[in-house]
Write a protein that binds this ligand. Structure first.
Ligand SMILES: [Zn+2]
Length: 483
């Protein structure tokens, strides 16, 4: 580790696999024969170890200590996530660690990349240990023998339990013939340690809004009531350091997308780049007003609270570190907070985006594009597209039209994530065109963005059809191909 430089090594998914042919012959629901898959060593090699750097040399001693404690908190969130992915994830990881044998080095590495024994880019197939061949869609959030139908029937018969059973922050267990909801803070005793760590970190936070957030976040993790801390997160002002921590996204629950997964992102703000991005903030309302659907659905109070921050990632843990790395996030997910604040906070992970562009988008572009188009691959256009994608997540209705508080996320259930990702991509391009019409960008830059987007489609398809972004990009590519 260099002086004053926090250096982290991430694995970026690098190459594509040549299993398309076999996929063509497969029927839906049929799983791939494991003999058709690359060896574990080859699968590990498909991920590129990449140095991700953050310059913290200008920080005060207090700030450095704060970052260190936040990373420690992140490691606890990471360990909680291991408990959520599959029932034997931790036991398999720990038994391989215990072996301490160079022969299982790749296997251990691959278990760590996938956070368990199921291969997330190969249809969640088991690659080590005894157990079901395919990952249970509900992770460890539900009893392993529970079906979607059983859960829905049970709720219809016990409406008084509906809220707690469908809660984002409970684990469902069997209690005789009943289903019972156990809050995360009881299901995962490590939450106590995590809350303590955030309170310890708060002591080193000089910025009062950030300190307040850390204290409220610790309280939220102890109670699983996140509203107040999410509101406080939106209120953080003028802080060079930021953190996302707790149970956030619901991709891990592939049965209903109800339950959330623990994760942590420790971020160091890039002040200059953030300033450059302010332009997008000024046009959020224009984007909303131009949404291509009936005007009655358009919200007139939107965007005033939207924030876009350019940050460098100092630590990734849990859900966002599993397999494919996130390059940006639009949070918080709670529509009530977004409504109250007039928008969300978009964090653009600069060092991650740059690494993905260099190591993934460029090589893919060279493979799939006609030579005359290759020069249009552009790093800045990639970042603009990702930014517009994130801004587009904040557009459109969060609450179903005509209802008081029925969120779109909840009503679309397991279909939500992929459709929302497809929406953000298409709307990202659509809004780029609006900026061209406003003469902020020219057509040449739009072409760069579209070419870079095309290479990006192939980038995200590699996440697999089981994953929301992978699915969303497959839909787009099919649409483009067969038009
Ligand atoms: Zn997205």
């Amino acid at each position: 580790m260099k002086k004053g430089l926090s250096l982290i090594i991430f694995m970026l998914l690098l190459t594509t696999f040549s299993c398309t042919k076999q996929d063509d012959a497969k029927k839906e629901g049929e799983i791939m024969n494991t003999s058709e898959l690359p060896s574990i060593a080859e699968r590990v090699k498909a991920y590129a170890p990449t140095d991700i750097k953050v310059d913290i040399s200008n920080m005060t001693e207090n700030q450095k200590k704060l970052v260190q404690l936040l990373v420690e908190a992140g490691k606890i969130a990471d360990e909680i996530f291991w408990q959520q992915t599959s029932f034997d994830a931790i036991s398999i990881r720990d038994s391989l660690l215990k072996l301490n044998n160079p022969d299982v080095k790749d296997l251990l590495e691959y278990v760590k990349i996938n956070y368990g024994p199921y291969d997330l880019i190969h249809e969640h197939q088991r690659f080590v240990g005894e157990g079901p061949q395919k990952r249970f869609d509900g992770g460890t959030y539900y009893p392993q023998d529970m079906t979607k139908e059983e859960f829905e029937k049970y709720i219809a018969a016990h409406p008084e339990q509906k809220a707690e059973l469908e809660s984002q922050y409970t684990v469902i267990v069997r209690d005789g013939a009943k289903l019972k909801a156990v809050p995360f803070h009881e299901a995962y005793p490590l939450t106590i340690k995590l809350a303590d760590k955030l309170e310890e970190a708060a002591k080193f936070a000089d910025n009062p809004t950030f300190k307040n957030y850390l204290m409220l976040r610790a309280k939220a993790i102890r109670t699983d009531d996140y509203f107040e801390s999410d509101m406080a997160w939106m209120d953080i002002k003028n802080s060079d350091i930021d953190i996302v921590i707790g149970p956030i996204e619901n991709y891990e629950d592939a049965i209903f997308n109800y339950k959330t997964a623990y994760e942590c992102v420790v971020m160091i703000k890039d002040l200059q780049a953030t300033k450059d991005l302010e332009m997008f903030n000024h046009h959020v309302l224009d984007f909303e007003k131009n949404l291509p659907y009936d005007k009655k659905y358009i919200r007139d109070k939107v965007g005033q609270g939207t924030q876009i921050n350019f940050v460098n990632v100092a630590y990734f843990g849990g859900d966002c570190q599993k397999g494919i790395k996130t390059i940006a996030a639009s949070l918080p997910n709670d529509p009530k907070v977004r409504e109250a604040k007039g928008g969300g906070k978009n964090s653009m992970y600069k060092n991650m985006m740059e690494a993905k562009f260099d190591k993934i988008v460029i090589p893919i572009g060279h493979k799939i594009l006609e030579n005359s188009l290759v020069p249009f691959l552009d790093k800045k256009a990639f970042i603009t597209f990702v930014t517009l994608h994130e801004v587009s997540h904040t557009l459109g209705r969060d609450i179903v039209f005509g209802t008081k508080d029925m969120s779109v996320r909840k009503s679309m259930k397991e279909k939500y994530s992929a459709i929302e990702e497809a929406k953000a991509d298409i709307l990202g391009l659509y809004n780029h065109k609006i900026l061209v019409d406003m003469k902020i960008y020219d057509n040449d830059y739009l072409k760069k963005t579209m070419v870079t987007y095309l290479a990006g489609l192939y980038r995200s398809i590699r996440f697999g059809a089981e994953e929301a972004h992978g699915k969303a990009n497959l839909v787009q590519l099919n649409f483009i191909r067969f038009r």
